[in-house]
Ligand binder design. Structure first.
Ligand SMILES: [Zn+2]
Length: 100
């Protein structure tokens, strides 16, 4: 296995792990949402809070990743349109070879 394949495998494993943890947390919350609460110090309520915090953290991580990706895409599209509209030379328009 090459280094690239190992990185892809680790990324896929982490993605599957995130998805599994979030789905199990959601399933736990749905199953125990209407439990017979014993009041203060209820173990099920503590577990529900824990699962709720996991879901919030995963959602925050996904939202921040999505915002970084969207901002990168937006900035790169603006930069390429500005470069093409101003007629500024780029390495591609100058046909510069980078393989020397
Ligand atoms: Zn409870």
């Amino acid at each position: 296995m090459t280094n690239k394949n190992i990185n892809k495998f680790i990324a896929l494993f982490i993605a599957i792990l995130f998805l599994t943890v979030s789905l199990l947390a959601i399933a736990f919350i749905c199953k125990h949402a209407n439990h017979d609460c014993s009041g203060q110090g209820c173990v099920v309520c503590e577990q529900l809070d824990f699962a709720n915090n996991i879901c919030k953290k995963i959602a925050m991580a996904l939202a921040s990743t999505l915002s970084v990706c969207l901002s990168f895409f937006f900035i790169s599209s603006i930069q390429s349109s500005i470069m093409s509209n101003l007629g500024l030379p780029s390495l591609v328009t100058l046909k510069v070879r980078m393989n020397h």
